[in-house]
Design a protein around this ligand. Structure first.
Ligand SMILES: NC(=O)c1ccc[n+]([C@@H]2O[C@H](COP(=O)([O-])OP(=O)(O)OC[C@H]3O[C@@H](n4cnc5c(N)ncnc54)[C@H](OP(=O)(O)O)[C@@H]3O)[C@@H](O)[C@H]2O)c1
Length: 279
């Protein structure tokens, strides 16, 4: 069996490739830029993926039984058609827990993922939706300030999230690809604890051996900070999300424990794994 992993340069995609190899599976790693897949072991087949090209999709999907897919609405229907024509039976989608949160109907993040889920539901193929909450890697946006010794400028330092270690997302996706039991399932992946942003900053500080200070700024100033690197609708979604969870711990999901038979990895563990990025 050969499994196609799309977005193989991504953090989750690369970890899914490694997880499948560890299980003895044959992997074809697809990327918009396959020449940059230099970190993958030699045995991995590499291929260029162009979701806009039916010809490219036919070639990429030839001989593929299962697929790990990033949620890109533009090419999703073309991909499922080509996957069905190639005889593939199962797609595991990297979706988002934004679909389950209040305001999903107007959230561009939720809608982007829901569109692709709908395409998969209508495709006649087998599917599993892996819906992670906010990634622990989002804390990497703090890295330049932490390295420079500048305070983190936050509008909602007491806003709660349940940061997810990318290894948990990848491990759950690998099980979803390999175990029939997860066909047709929606797996919700959160970290093991709901933590305020300020506590997450403390854990980063402890792991990196740095002092990390937090400076309170207004929501408007925070919005300006976010729109420097995010489109305005995404910045607004993020701001609304943080405001809604200000001072409000959220429930975590048990799906990582149920699927992997071990607890989800903590944010403290993620901070240790990534401490060098903050030094
Ligand atoms: N961040 C969150 O809090 C969150 C929460 C829930 C769900 N998600 C989902 O997870 C996705 C992000 O996953 P991720 O963390 O694995 O993403 P990532 O590391 O940012 O990579 C995402 C994709 O970007 C492409 N890419 C372009 N240039 C790249 C570069 N220089 N290095 C690495 N990749 C590059 C890759 O696809 P190619 O190799 O094909 O170019 C890669 O798969 C989101 O898009 C969303 O669907 C995120």
């Amino acid at each position: 069996m050969t499994i196609l992993v799309t977005g193989a340069r991504g953090r989750v995609g690369a970890a899914v490739v490694r997880g499948l190899l560890a299980q003895g599976e044959k992997v074809r790693a697809a990327s918009t830029d396959p020449d940059s897949l230099t970190a993958l072991p030699d045995e991995v087949e590499r291929t260029r993926l162009d979701l806009a090209s039916p010809q490219n999709l036919r070639e990429v999907l030839h001989g593929i039984q299962k697929i790990f897919l990033y949620a890109q609405p533009a090419g999703a229907a073309r991909l499922t058609e080509a996957a069905a024509a190639a005889g593939a039976g199962h797609i595991v989608l990297l979706s988002s827990l934004a679909i389950d949160t209040d305001g999903a109907g107007t959230s561009p993040i939720a809608q982007q993922h829901l569109l692709v889920e709908d395409v998969l539901r209508a495709s006649g193929l087998g599917w599993t939706f892996v819906r992670p909450g906010g990634f622990a890697t989002n804390a990497l946006q703090w890295a330049p300030d932490v390295r420079a010794g500048r305070p983190l400028r936050l509008a909602y330092p007491e806003t709660y999230s349940e940061p997810v270690h990318e290894s948990d997302v990848a491990d759950v996706a690998v099980r979803a690809l390999l175990d029939e039991a997860h066909r047709g399932a929606t797996l919700r992946v959160t970290g093991p604890q709901s933590l305020p942003a300020r506590r997450q900053a403390e854990l980063v500080a402890a792991a990196a051996g740095r002092e990390v200070l937090v400076r309170l700024i207004s929501p408007q100033e925070y919005r300006e900070q976010l729109t420097a690197f995010l489109p305005a609708p995404l910045a607004d979604t993020l701001l609304d999300y943080q405001a809604a969870r200000d001072g409000r711990p959220q429930k975590t999901s048990d799906d990582v424990q149920a699927v992997l038979g071990r607890p989800a990895l903590s944010f403290a563990r993620w901070a240790k794994d990534n401490a060098d990025a903050f030094r």
